[in-house]
Ligand binder design. Structure first.
Ligand code: SF4
Length: 330
């Protein structure tokens, strides 16, 4: 097996698969209140097409698969897709990122199908503020979904992703940090990135990981850093008394592109070699016009050989990605 490697010598181990561009939330840092124009159903890759791409990728050493959206669980029968992908030889890790509102019903079927890990978006534990940022009054359902997921020890770790926005997140930090101490959740604060569909992102709205860490340490004393794997997007910390883990994903203030091992597949079959790509590689056409696995492999290797070295958020003249977050899938 010849591992999939980019033009900078980085081994690509992780594929994020968007299974739909649709979502049942309207988070302010992601999409407008009215939503976006959704892909037509026949534009979206079928489970069989997704399974085929994952199988070809796994044959090149891509062994970490994460399912994303939009909101992946709004697509029907995602546990069926999980079961398909869990049987693909070479897939060692299967995870899913969700807003959690459908987890109360689907956590069990997802685990039975073979899901290993879960990331749940959670920006506030206050009902009014949760509704303010997601434009949905759904905090109780998300917490019920988390409680349901907790019932399955096989589904670990359970990570909570909090998008950190200056002027909003500061007051959320104590409650979220306390949650990491009380429940088996790893709470991660993710810096706000210029991937919002409204294109209103401003640098001064980025609340950095270092600032959040300082706020947490004001209350709980110095956090202890935990070693993380080289390609990890998060810096991991535990509380001094050992109760709970906190993570900081700092793509703006501490970019981690040098060890990036990720590529992405959009719901309509476009391969993106970077979250901030302005170029995509079409896999849908070859998938639907009889390309062989070998031809797919050649196309993927060619695309990855052109993978961007890094994002350019901090560079003069930064140009936004060609799609917004919900159309890429994070
Ligand atoms: S911005 Fe692009 S290169 Fe950097 S870590 Fe993300 S996907 Fe990788």
């Amino acid at each position: 097996m010849i591992p999939l490697t980019d033009g900078w010598g980085r081994a690509i181990k992780s594929l994020r698969v968007s299974v739909t561009d649709r979502c049942n939330f309207r988070c302010r840092y992601c999409m407008p209140a009215e939503g976006l124009e959704w892909l037509a159903r026949d534009e979206v890759l079928s489970f069989e097409e997704l399974e085929r791409v994952v199988r070809v990728m796994a044959g090149m050493g891509v062994d970490e698969i994460r399912l994303t959206g939009g909101e992946p669980l709004v697509r029907r029968d995602v546990p069926t897709l999980v079961a398909l992908l869990a049987r693909v030889p070479g897939v060692a890790d299967l995870s899913l990122t969700t807003n959690g509102v459908l987890l109360d019903r689907l956590a069990g079927p997802l685990v039975e199908a073979g899901l290993h890990r879960l990331n749940v978006s959670l920006d506030s534990l206050n009902h009014a503020r949760f509704a303010e940022i997601t434009r949905r009054d759904a905090l109780d359902r998300v917490l019920a979904g988390l409680a349901e997921a907790e019932r399955y020890p096989a589904l670990r770790p359970i990570k909570l992703n909090c998008v950190a926005v200056r002027g909003f997140t500061e007051v959320e930090i104590p409650a979220l940090a306390e949650l990491a101490r009380r429940r088996p959740y790893v709470v991660r604060f993710i810096e706000f990135m210029p991937l919002d569909a409204d294109e209103v992102w401003r640098r001064d709205e980025v609340l950095s990981g270092a600032e959040i860490r300082a706020l947490i340490e004001e209350s709980w004393g110095p956090l202890e850093e935990i070693p993380a794997k080289a390609s990890s997007t998060a810096r991991r910390f535990r509380f001094a008394d050992g109760a709970g883990e906190i993570g900081f994903v700092n793509p703006v203030s501490e970019p981690f592109c040098s060890s990036c091992d990720r590529i992405r597949l959009t719901a309509d079959g476009q391969l993106r070699t970077c979250l901030f790509s302005r170029r995509e590689w079409d896999l849908k056409e070859p998938l639907r016009t009889g390309a062989s696995d070998a031809e797919l492999e050649r196309l993927i290797r060619f695309a990855v050989s052109h993978k961007e070295l890094k994002h350019r958020i901090n560079d003069e003249g930064f140009v936004r990605a060609s799609r917004s977050m919900s159309q890429i899938g994070g």
